[in-house]
Design a protein. Sequence first.
Length: 223
Amino acid sequence: MSDTPTLTEADGLAARLRAATDAAHRAAESTPYITALIAGQIPRAGYAALVAQHYFVYETLEEAAEAMRGDAVAGPFVADELTRLPRLAEDLAFLLGPGWRDRIAPNAATEAYRDRLREVCFTWPAGFVAHHYTRYLGDLSGGAFVAAAVRRTYGFTTDDGTRFYQFEQIPSRGRFKREYRDRLDALALDPAEFERTADEAVIAFELNRELFHHLGAAHPAMQ
């Protein structure tokens, strides 16, 4: 793997996974598309395209969550309060209108992302956890910041258009994330399985980065 954990097993799996994916995480969140989105430079159609691509990613990831709900390793991470697909549908109805479903399609980067989710998340519990961790902990950590930037850019006066970033059923994001990391630390992964899982989380961040690059090429920043 490209970013070898620098922590020891005594530090816990959550901390080691974060260290192992730090570089890939920073690379994904610093793509030109995301930088321009936060700066208010992406046209509204470009933001709607992001929501649409997220819809397809979460459609597959949340199908995997249902398949993994009863699994001893992956099941504890499946939480109904995290489910994002209905919120993404609400955002798309607001952004694109009642016929939104017929107006969206996965781009090439999203198709590659979904192919990887199908490959690992329905049959490999720790692989599912790697992708679940990458997406949902990121949503909980940076979602409020992104939502505020989006509302400011497009003049949204309510949560409409940014409901994906709202977690009404989670009263304390900080506590939820601590409990999530406790569940990670409780996983009994041997060193080889940890390395494999961390590698998969890096792949997840790289797939997100490619999705953002594709969006940036299709929807360049406004000058």
